[in-house]
Design a protein around this ligand. Structure first.
Ligand code: ZN
Length: 418
């Protein structure tokens, strides 16, 4: 699938320190040690509504992580999916009386525009489910062949002989290690987030769907062995991560609402498929962004859209700065004041950086690097730039190279273009 044009990444002297991030599974901050190439997989959108600020926070956070890894001398291989066929997308298309393919194309195009505007580096592999069916079918076949998956008759399928396919989680040691949820909690969350614990014929209510036999009025793809149908949600990310990054890869990322079931399931499916562990070295999660008292979500309808702000003339760099002003692991509530503060900050930085010289930038680059490498402490990094900008605005300075160096540093590491 077409992604979007990546921004130019300026060079700065030296190299950033090793990057430390919080691993959800271990519950502590760990040092990434990926070797020459870091593999980054971040779960993409289900394109039935435009990019809201919760999404934007996720993709900006992992963009900063990718930038920090590059700055530390690693090559980054970045994979992202698009869930361009799934129950919520199909339900929205039916509700709105639009073709699901057109809906997905339209919203994916808008997402690409938002990512470009926000200065997010494009993935190396950006793939929709609909263009990865053969890969997914091969993986489901392999899981059936190695006894990790089983078929459940689906008499309501278009073909009455059709069957759905599930992973047998009872064979997966380590299931639950990522989320740390109790079984009762898992059952509740699974039902809330697209799971089907009530489905008759499953060996365990928590077994995840790998392949859904075709139902009336649902899109499907032919498979000689599985029959007509479509993939379950989690297997797309398993298949793409294993194919394009290999196991274990460095970081699995996404919003914290994906920890269970999505990341738990994609990980155990990957381990079942390859017979190796772990799926990813580290799991990193962006905290939810609220608006008007509730988590911002499509299903609740309380969205602040990046595209709406852009259409109103808001500088996307101010949106990005507003997101970077919050630490990725802290839940927060978006208010207009966040945007106002970011606009003022951006204006102040621009003024400070537009002078013929400024105060010494000694320590600014190192300060930004240290904060970002320390579990993506972007608020701390912004404070370093604020301090330099304040000195520049109050006292000026005679270091002719300072504004250029600071501008390149915030562009390279924070993705802020002034
Ligand atoms: Zn995913």
């Amino acid at each position: 699938m077409r992604s979007w044009p990546s921004p130019f990444i300026p060079d700065v002297p030296g190299r950033g320190p090793a990057v430390r991030v919080h691993d959800t599974g271990r519950g502590e901050v760990v040092t990434l040690n990926p070797g020459p190439v870091a593999g980054l997989y971040v779960c993409g959108i289900t394109p039935y509504d435009a990019t809201h600020l919760g999404h934007a926070a996720t993709y900006v956070t992992f963009d900063v992580l990718g930038r920090a890894l590059r700055d530390a001398g690693h090559e980054v291989r970045y994979v992202q999916n698009v869930t361009d066929v799934d129950d919520p997308l199909l339900a929205r298309a039916v509700r709105d009386g639009v073709d699901w393919v057109h809906l997905a194309d339209r919203e994916t195009a808008l997402f690409r525009e938002d990512m470009t505007a926000l200065g997010v580096i494009a993935p190396d592999h950006y793939l929709g489910v609909t263009e990865s069916i053969d890969l997914i079918v091969a993986d489901v076949e392999a899981l059936l062949a190695n006894g990790m998956a089983y078929a459940v008759a689906a008499p309501d399928a278009s073909d009455p002989a059709g069957a759905d396919v599930y992973l047998d989680i009872s064979q997966r040691p380590g299931f639950g290690d990522l989320s740390g949820l109790t079984r009762a909690q898992m059952l509740t969350v699974f039902a809330e987030r697209g799971g089907d614990p009530e489905r008759e014929g499953k060996r365990d209510p928590l077994d995840p769907l790998l392949w859904r036999a075709e139902r009336a009025d649902e899109p499907s793809w032919g498979s000689a062995s599985l029959g007509a149908g479509r993939p379950g949600w989690h297997i797309e990310c398993t298949a793409l991560a294993v194919r394009y990054l290999g196991m274990p890869f460095t970081v699995q990322g996404g919003g914290s609402d994906l920890i269970f079931p999505h990341h738990e399931m994609s990980a155990v499916q990957g381990c079942a498929l390859t017979g190796t562990r772990p799926f990813a070295e580290v799991f990193v999660h962006q905290a939810m962004v609220a608006f008007e008292g509730e988590k911002m979500s499509k299903s609740k309808g309380n969205l602040v859209l990046v595209s709406t702000l852009r259409a109103a003339g808001v500088d996307p760099m101010a949106i990005r700065l507003a997101l970077l002003a919050r630490h990725y692991r802290t839940e927060w509530e978006w208010t207009h004041a966040d945007l106002h503060r970011a606009q003022q900050r951006l204006a102040g930085w621009r003024t400070a950086l537009s002078g013929n010289g400024g105060p010494s930038a000694q320590g600014v680059l190192a300060g930004i690097r240290e904060h970002v490498a320390d579990d993506l402490d972007t608020p701390g990094a912004l404070a370093v730039v604020d301090a330099w900008a304040s000195r520049a605005l109050e006292h000026g300075g005679s270091d002719l190279g300072a504004p250029g160096l600071v501008a390149r540093a915030i562009d390279r590491i924070l993705g802020i273009r002034v």
